[in-house]
Design a binder for this molecule. Structure first.
Ligand SMILES: [Zn+2]
Length: 284
């Protein structure tokens, strides 16, 4: 099993129990988050075989990625384990000594799922930021750990610095396309490690933004893919964000003419603040 990134769901913990735990936890976390305004990394691993603390370096990386992605809480459901021949341990060596975590993202009180088109943007921002901050091993897949859990960490040993993504079976070939693209974006240095360029539209944001979707961005009649497409806005279109809607504030209500009237809704992950010098420079 050494070197193979196999994972198992935490034992003795049903989905229902887990969700109840998350909800209960969240009531406490929300208060803490509101106090200091920073995302929380919570290790809820006592029902997992891998119940040792994660490394401070990993915790710090997860906090930064959470801030960039607008995540309130990173819920670690599987943490560290003693290295072989220590027990208890399971699966690959990646979790040895707390150098990896299997985790869920909580935003606005909801566990985010990467099978949801809008919520996947949160995962994409999180993964890109995690990669930009030094994570080198990232795994996810519906057939792997379900639609809302990802593995984030480092190599299979302290000397393994290879950058890899994987999906079901611990195989690179099964890595979801969005995961591969997001990790690559982080590793390539294409993303800023500050919150502004990955998740630029924050709650209550109002102002001038630019469309950065290469193939254009759909303007819809409402905050969701179930609403009809009015038109497609070209890359480079400058618009005014009036306010944000939907789970994870994924949808921006926009004004195209600058006349204060609402023209429709766009997916906010593909907007960047207009006149962002750093972004303009990086595109050159
Ligand atoms: Zn893992």
């Amino acid at each position: 099993m050494v070197g193979v990134a196999t994972e198992q769901a935490p034992r003795g913990l049903s989905q229902a129990t887990l969700h109840l735990t998350i909800r209960r936890r969240y009531n406490f976390i929300r208060v803490a988050s509101e106090e200091n305004g920073m995302p929380q990394v919570v290790e809820e691993t006592k029902n997992s075989i891998r119940n040792l603390p994660i490394q401070p370096k990993l915790r710090s990386l997860l906090e930064k990625a959470a801030e960039v992605a607008g995540v309130d809480t990173v819920l670690v459901t599987s943490g560290g384990q003693p290295p072989y021949p220590g027990k208890p341990r399971i699966g690959s060596t990646r979790h040895d000594n707390g150098w990896a975590a299997d985790l869920k993202l909580i935003r606005n009180g909801q566990v985010v799922s990467f099978t949801d088109e809008a919520e996947r943007a949160v995962f994409e921002a999180f993964v890109a930021a995690a990669a930009a901050h030094g994570a080198t091993g990232i795994g996810a897949g519906v057939d792997y750990m379900g639609p809302d859990t990802i593995h984030v960490g480092f190599g299979t040993s302290p000397t393994d610095h290879s950058k890899v993504v994987w999906g079901a079976g611990g195989k690179a070939a099964t890595a979801p396309a969005w995961l591969r693209a997001a990790a690559q974006k982080g590793w390539s240095g294409a993303v800023s490690t500050t919150a502004t360029s990955v998740a630029p539209v924050t709650s209550g944001a109002r102002g001038s933004y630019i469309v950065v979707a290469r193939d254009g961005l759909r303007l819809r009649g409402g905050p969701g893919v179930e609403f009809g497409v009015i038109t497609t806005l070209k890359e480079g279109t400058v618009l005014t964000v009036l306010d944000l809607h939907g789970a994870g504030n994924a949808w921006a209500r926009v004004d195209l003419e600058g006349d204060g009237l609402v023209d429709g809704f766009v997916f906010s992950a593909f907007l960047e603040p207009a006149g962002d010098q750093e972004h303009e420079a990086s595109k050159a």
